[in-house]
Write a new protein. Structure first.
Length: 226
């Protein structure tokens, strides 16, 4: 009887622990720094809530392709980890599916030198879809062919949009250097693991056109057969 009671208690404890388990993506190999080399967050079924990304930075930047649910619900922060992570000076950046800058933050007002991209901000995305989230060490700068994408916002608590000289063009590379490195955890809201297939707008238009043409052909065939 005592053994059975202990077993039930253990099962209850495991159930309680699993009910609070977060859906975490762990960086596999080294994530790239541009949209073409970004690491796709797709290890759980599409639509599954993405609660955190963990990885390791050795200078440079790590870029992840994720899916946002829209409605200005997205947030990302390095201030909320309960683990021995983020023991270096971070920066966070968000880019849309075309690689254009959305918003960035160097030092969070809550916990400098950590970083936060807040929900409900004027820059927070309102549309759902694929986006790119980047983490970098302080001083490392995303650039397009026209220059820095986010301008000068370092060592401030400002959340900024793509106000730099290269802000109207897509991310192509990074400039400057950073000696910051270490393990990190980015805690997220309003994000999901990638769907198995998300057609680009052009592909979706072609698919709809094909479906419409097929329906028209079937209607004509039915009339001729009647």
């Amino acid at each position: 009887m005592r053994i059975k009671s202990l077993a039930l208690l253990a099962a209850g404890a495991l159930s309680a622990a699993s009910s609070f388990a977060a859906n975490i993506y762990v960086e596999s190999t080294d994530a790239g720094q541009t949209p073409g080399t970004a690491q796709a967050v797709n290890t759980l079924p599409g639509g599954t809530a993405l609660d955190a990304i963990r990885g390791s930075l050795t200078g440079g930047a790590d870029l992840f392709q994720i899916y946002l649910t829209g409605g200005q619900s997205f947030s990302a922060t390095t201030t909320a980890s309960s683990l021995a992570y983020n023991a270096f000076d971070t920066e966070l950046f968000l880019f849309n599916s075309a690689g254009l800058g959305v918003y960035a933050n160097d030092d969070s007002s809550d916990s400098p030198p950590q970083s936060t991209l807040p929900a409900g901000n004027a820059f927070t995305p309102s549309a759902s879809g694929i986006y790119y989230l980047a983490i970098a060490g302080a001083g490392y700068t995303p650039v397009s062919g026209s220059g820095p994408i986010f301008g000068a916002f370092y060592a401030t608590t400002d959340v900024v949009g793509p106000t730099g000289t290269g802000g109207a063009a897509a991310l192509t590379s990074w400039s400057s250097v950073s000696s910051e490195s270490g393990d990190y955890e980015i805690v997220l809201t309003g994000a999901q693991f990638l769907p198995s297939a998300v057609p680009e707008p052009g592909s979706a238009l072609l698919m709809l056109s094909g479906l419409a043409a097929g329906a028209l052909w079937r209607r004509r065939a039915a009339r001729h057969g009647a």
